[in-house]
Design a protein around this ligand. Structure first.
Ligand SMILES: [Zn+2]
Length: 84
């Protein structure tokens, strides 16, 4: 019974999904996903906190790809400005 086991191929991925600290709830649950706008070809970054009780989300748009850390810094700056 049960599914046949897949042959285990160990691939150690070094590119773990990066998570960042949330400026609102303080948990390290912020993830950044990106996609390209089909029309404008802008890169749209969606910054979202994975803590359901928090739920901070922000969309940032750039004309070119950016480092996630830069996107994150902008997100935090934005957040601080909005909440102060
Ligand atoms: Zn949060």
């Amino acid at each position: 019974m049960g599914r046949r086991r897949r042959r285990v191929v160990k691939t150690i991925k070094r590119t773990l999904p990066k998570v960042f600290a949330c400026p609102q709830c303080g948990m390290v649950t912020v993830r950044i996903t990106s996609h390209e706008d089909e029309i404008s070809h802008d890169v749209i970054y969606l910054v979202a906190c994975g803590n359901v009780a928090c739920g901070v989300r922000r969309e940032l748009r750039y004309p070119a790809k950016k480092e996630e850390i830069d996107v994150y810094n902008t997100f935090v700056d934005d957040f601080m400005r909005a909440s102060s």
